[in-house]
Design a protein around this ligand. Structure first.
Ligand SMILES: Cc1cc2nc3c(=O)[nH]c(=O)nc-3n(C[C@H](O)[C@H](O)[C@H](O)COP(=O)(O)OP(=O)(O)OC[C@H]3O[C@@H](n4cnc5c(N)ncnc54)[C@H](O)[C@@H]3O)c2cc1C
Length: 449
């Protein structure tokens, strides 16, 4: 029996037209031919067979948090909203198997009763596990790779409708399907290697940006998790340093409610008003950035790991992020600062700098090299200019690899030169999706065919 067809919007509940799909950053929209709500691998396989019969494509929907066109559905959009939750826990090996549509914010409730946690996270938890891992979502910390490096097994439905389980006894295939861009199949279950639950001590400090950039390479080696934000048009950077502590370490500093209120007022409420003013009157953006930079004061707190890693991002923005060799970060930040001064753009959003260790996933932005990440943002209503293009030129020149889920203009021709295992990935794609059932125009752009 075919799965239920629904007209429920898959990316945002706020969309006016029921069939319209829009991503969070409002950079992409599409009307899929059909939305199918699936409950298990059999439903997914049935949808794949139907798509093959009708000559249309299939796209698994995550939470729509990619800024790039990677998630744009051309044909059938699969709604995995019912495919969430725990399937199996292997307490001895600290592993859990969860359904692929599980949102990251649901993971603590699954893991806490088992005394476990995910080893590292990015800065929000709205994404689905499959969406986040398929695009190489990462946090910061040279000892803790991106979310896809936590995967030790997956079950997926391939482009021929076969249900395939891949474990760590087949590392070559796992290194492709754990970070597959949605190009290799629809993941239905994901097995994660977790760690014992832990707390984090967070220290945030306002420093001179010269010092933050010069110290970055050392700081990411000294600390478990370290990053900084620089506010353009100012000399101020905010460093965030997290140190891992045993579970049960008493909470200290401002509590969750106080932190929420402070983040809500400063990072979301006031910042939203400032961005709106900057968009209407671009001339005031530098002064606003100075106010935002000056308002960042230091704080220290201890809490459960997920409560420290994750924060709320209510101000809508657009983002481009590149991974470059770690040792290039200092010079690249200096070059971007000079560029902004020279070009006179009005930038109200900070630049974010993070790090991740080399890993062995074929299309991970950290594949085979310790990496520094530089992310630039714009308020979603700010006029487009050549800010992203010019920063992209600097980062590409330094061997940069774009985040698959963020804005960029790279094509397969360039990406093959910065990913040593690019052709290996294409060979896996030829075998798992020979007829390109999971293609869309973004995948054709970045994979070539
Ligand atoms: C506010 C915000 C904060 C962010 N913070 C970070 C951060 O800290 N670090 C970072 O690295 N990135 C970050 N990102 C980027 C984000 O993590 C990625 O773009 C991620 O892919 C979004 O997950 P999603 O569930 O929304 O997936 P979507 O964007 O909906 O989909 C992404 C891809 O995954 C595929 N996919 C989804 N489900 C499946 C499945 N079951 N099987 C196969 N493929 C599937 C889709 O088809 C698509 O190709 C952020 C984005 C936003 C908007």
């Amino acid at each position: 029996m075919l799965p239920v067809t629904t007209t429920r919007p898959t990316a945002t509940q706020a969309d006016a037209s029921p069939a319209l799909w829009r991503n969070w950053g409002r950079t992409q929209s599409a009307v899929p031919a059909e939305v199918i709500a699936v409950r298990d691998a059999d439903d997914v396989a049935a949808a794949v067979h139907r798509a093959r019969r009708d000559g249309i494509t299939v796209k698994a929907a995550g939470s729509g948090h990619s800024f790039s066109a990677i998630a744009v559905p051309d044909g059938i959009s699969l709604d995995l909203g019912a495919m969430t939750g725990l399937v199996h826990a292997d307490r001895e090996r600290s592993r859990v198997t969860v359904r692929a549509g599980t949102p990251l914010h649901a993971m603590p409730a699954i893991l806490e009763p088992l005394g476990l946690a995910m080893p590292n996270l990015g800065d929000v938890d709205a994404q689905t596990l499959a969406g986040a891992t398929s695009t190489g979502t990462h946090g910061t910390g040279l000892g803790f790779g991106g979310l896809a490096t936590q995967i030790v097994g997956v079950t997926l439905v391939t482009g021929t409708g076969e249900v395939l389980t891949v474990g760590d006894d087949d590392p070559a295939t796992l290194q492709a399907v754990a970070l597959g861009l949605g190009a290799l199949g629809v993941l239905t279950e994901i097995t994660l290697q977790c760690v014992p639950a832990f707390c984090l001590e967070a220290v945030e400090a306002a420093v001179q940006v010269d010092d933050a950039a010069a110290d970055f390479d050392d700081a990411v080696r000294r600390h478990d998790h370290h990053e900084f934000y620089w506010f353009p048009h100012t000399d101020v950077a905010l460093t965030k340093t997290n140190t891992r502590m045993p579970a049960g370490t008493p909470a200290q500093g401002p509590g969750r409610v106080a932190r929420f209120l402070s983040d809500e007022v400063l990072s979301n409420g006031v910042f939203a008003a400032m961005c709106e003013a900057g968009a209407r009157f671009p001339g005031v953006a530098p002064s606003l950035a100075k106010v935002a930079g000056a308002a960042q004061s230091g704080r220290r707190f201890v809490d459960a790991s997920n409560a420290v890693f994750v924060s709320q991002r209510r101000v809508r923005f657009r983002e481009m992020e590149y991974a470059i060799p770690l040792e290039e970060v200092h010079d690249a930040v200096d070059e971007i600062r000079l560029l902004i001064d020279r070009r006179g753009w009005r930038i109200s959003f900070p630049i974010e700098v993070r790090a991740a260790p080399a890993d062995d996933l074929m299309l991970s932005t950290a594949s085979g090299r310790d990496s520094g990440y530089i992310a630039v943002h714009r308020y979603h209503r700010d006029a487009p200019d050549d800010y992203f293009t010019s920063v992209e030129e600097i980062l590409t020149r330094r061997g940069g690899r774009p985040h698959w889920g963020k804005m960029h203009t790279r094509t397969a021709e360039h990406l093959r030169t910065v990913y040593p295992r690019f052709d290996e990935f294409l060979a896996v794609r030829d075998s798992l999706d020979p007829d390109r059932v999971f293609a869309n125009s973004y995948l054709t752009q970045v994979l070539g065919r």
